[in-house]
Design a binder for this molecule. Sequence first.
Ligand SMILES: NC(=O)c1ccc[n+]([C@@H]2O[C@H](COP(=O)([O-])OP(=O)(O)OC[C@H]3O[C@@H](n4cnc5c(N)ncnc54)[C@H](O)[C@@H]3O)[C@@H](O)[C@H]2O)c1
Length: 371
Amino acid sequence: MAPHTPADIGSTAPPVRAAVVGTGNIARFHAQALRSMPEQAEIVAAVDVDGENLARFGDDHGVHDHYSDIGEMLRRAEPDLVHVCTPPGLHHEQVLACLKAGSSVLVEKPPALSLAEFEEMAAAEGEGGPWVATLFQHRFGSGARRLRALIDSGELGRPLVAVCHTSWYREQSYFDAPWRGRWETEGGGPTMGHGIHQMDLLTALLGEWVEVSATAHQQARDVETEDVSLAHVVFADGAVASIVNSLVSPREESYIRIDFEHATVELTHIYGYGDDDWRITPAPGFEEKVTSAWKNGESGVNSGHAAQLTHVVRALREKEAPPVTSTESLRTLRLVAGVYASAFQRRPVGPADLVPGSPFHDRMNGDGPRW
Ligand SMILES: NC(=O)c1ccc[n+]([C@@H]2O[C@H](COP(=O)([O-])OP(=O)(O)OC[C@H]3O[C@@H](n4cnc5c(N)ncnc54)[C@H](O)[C@@H]3O)[C@@H](O)[C@H]2O)c1
């Protein structure tokens, strides 16, 4: 089957002028993705307070307009899109600065430290832009898009029960980075910083959630936040899901399984997937129908920054809100907040428990964890 190609390659709109803020680890995935579509996007500026990182990034990606201050970059370079790749505690302030200057933003996960911060960012969007989108790359591989299309067409029947595991391993030294493992700077542990990817994919597939019951634990790492959380989630259409987020699991795995009326669909990977990482098992009587629908779906695109960037750049060139939009991002961030609110209050919670006035609206750790 022909690989999926961006539908807008022939568009006559000028390339999106992008700037990168924070030129550490993850910035290179953004730069590589942008450089893979030179007709559609160009990197015009980079910002970092660390001169060494900035110089290396500039050399690696041919970016010569450098700044140590985001405000100055926004004034001088006037980019269409800013990739915010700084530690999470800086996202709120930097995203607001970009939107105020009229530049749209693609912000790394987690997009903000709290629902309150994120809602303020969403409120600063304009109707016709600028917009804020979150980097949640696992929605954009062909497997997830194919599954979403089959769910929409009704081919798989109703989703009934799901499993969503992010079982990763991080040694204590990983938390040496001063912003990791702390509520004030990372906003949470594996629920907020790691499992958020799989939980975002789960909500992209199953939609609105209505209730979560969770626990959070400090099992093995010397951190302020949890290093493990477990949750049980009820979705609006009645599907139920079990979630595990862990940073203490030596055999690492990211796993999603959804049992629909007509088939089980599974995804097994760690940090990114291709088509071969998906498996579909039809229910008795649905073998032919399900197998042929699955085979005929979208294929050929791995999940990753490049996959999402294709859609972000296309949307901006067509003057539409880029994915993952603030509305969709907020639903995922609300699920994260729901896990913490339930775990620390030791009771089931729904979205109505996370509105302004709730301590978990303003901070993921609310009134403070109970350990
Ligand atoms: N999508 C993914 O799969 C994925 C993977 C890893 C990290 N991330 C996210 O990416 C973000 C960055 O993580 P990282 O691992 O690249 O961190 P990093 O520490 O490697 O890089 C952060 C960079 O930001 C710079 N910085 C700090 N303060 C700044 C400021 N005021 N202005 C400009 N630059 C500043 C630092 O000097 C550094 O170069 C985090 O939100 C993280 O959660 C996402």
